[in-house]
Structures are given as C-alpha cells and as structure tokens.
Design a protein. Structure first.
Length: 185
C-alpha cells in the first residue's frame, strides 16, 4: 500500500479542485456555507497583502508544516534547505530563496490558492474548501491548512533567502579560518 501522503496528494491533484481561477471575484466570499470556515481575504495583483490570521506567525511551526508528510506535503514536490529530509521532490522549484524572490503577500496567495497564479498548477490550494470534488470524506469542507498555519508557512518561507542562508542547525565546532560566519539579515 502506498504511503498515506501519496494518497492524499493524489486526491488533491486528481480532484480538479482548482478549476476556478482568474475569472472569479477577487474577494473570496466568506458568507456562503461552504466557505464559512474560511476567513475572507482580498487578492491584489498576484498577492494577498493582509495576513489571514491575527495570531503572531511562528516560522518554526511553519518549517515543521512544510517538512511534514501528512499536512504540508510540500516536499513531495519541492526541495529546500531541509538537511534532515532524505527524500525531497523535484516536480517544482526549490523553496530555497523563495523569501528573496517573493513578498509575503505573494507567498500567501501561492499557498492559499496557487491556481490564481498558474492556472493549471499541480500545487494544491491549501486554503480553499469550495469546488472540491472527490475529496476524502475526512477532508470535505476543510481547508488543508487553517489560517494560522498558512501564516506560519508564509513566515517560514520568508526566511528562505537563498543558498547563503545559514543551515538550521548550528555549525559544528569552530569555523575554519576564512569560513563565512553566520549573517543576520
Ligand atoms: C503536488 C506538487 C506540489 C506540492 C505538494 C506543493 N507545491 Fe509548491 N509548487 C508546485 C509547482 C509545480 C510550482 C511551480 C509553479 C506552478 O506550477 O504552480 C510550485 C511553486 C511554489 C512556490 C513558488 C516557487 C518559486 O520560487 O517560483 C512556492 C513558494 C511554493 N510552491 C510553496 C509550496 C509550499 C510551502 C508547499 C506546501 C505547503 C507546496 N508548495 C506544495 C508544486 C507543489
């Protein structure tokens, strides 16, 4: 039996969940019963400038979600600075440097509903619960991530500034002479 995360990503990818897109209203409706558990958000250009949640985001929790094989599943498709993760995806660009390439608002829309950016994106819409077909019953009517989790992921991605980014674990032993020291940005 294939691992559960693979089943879930197949369910998402096959569901045609992201069929709407550019044509629909830029202000997500929060009123109707299918979307009532989602916060309303406003899309401006290719971004959602305002956070979805007023809780302070936690990049450490965000990192855990991104690396998690049950909820985030990001590493099924993406790679990134996760030295502890042996298997990482190659279907999508590395997440390394995402925080330098994109603003927080652009990252937020990408996570919320990537089909707003790339109409036929493989990437699941993590904060949608409408228009879903063939979703496992336990997932029906629920976004994959809740508003606070989306913000945690955005906060984590914003820290990924590129290959020069220091690794998550502290350097072992004294640095060799001339070795780059850890930079704070
Ligand atoms: C099923 C595959 C898949 C999964 C799972 C997935 N993505 Fe993606 N992602 C993509 C693809 C493919 C792209 C490239 C653009 C496109 O086609 O949408 C992308 C693009 C991105 C980008 C923009 C990359 C860049 O710099 O150009 C970010 C950031 C991103 N994804 C973050 C995430 C995060 C965070 C998760 C987990 C919460 C995730 N993705 C899960 C497939 C995936």
């Amino acid at each position: 039996m294939p691992p559960i995360h693979a089943l879930r990503v197949c369910a998402l990818v096959l569901s045609g969940a992201w069929a709407t897109g550019w044509g629909s209203d830029a202000l997500a409706a929060a009123g109707d019963e299918r979307t009532s558990s989602l916060r309303a958000y406003r899309i401006v250009g290719d971004s959602i400038p305002q956070p979805l949640s007023e809780l302070s985001p936690d990049p450490v929790r965000g990192r855990a979600i991104v690396a998690d094989r049950q909820s985030g599943m990001c590493l099924l498709c993406h790679s990134g600075p996760f030295p502890e993760e042996r298997s990482q995806g190659d279907l999508a660009p590395s997440l390394d440097g995402a925080g330098a390439r994109w603003s927080a608002g652009q990252l937020r829309l990408r996570i919320v509903d990537s089909r707003r950016i790339v109409a036929d994106s493989l990437m699941p819409s993590y904060y949608r619960n409408d228009g879903l077909a063939r979703v496992a019953p336990s997932w029906a009517g629920k976004p994959v991530l809740d508003a606070a989790q989306v913000e945690d992921v955005v906060a984590f991605l914003a820290t990924l500034r590129g290959a020069a980014n220091p690794p998550a674990s502290p350097a072992q032993g004294p640095a060799a002479p001339g070795a780059a020291t850890q930079e704070r940005r």
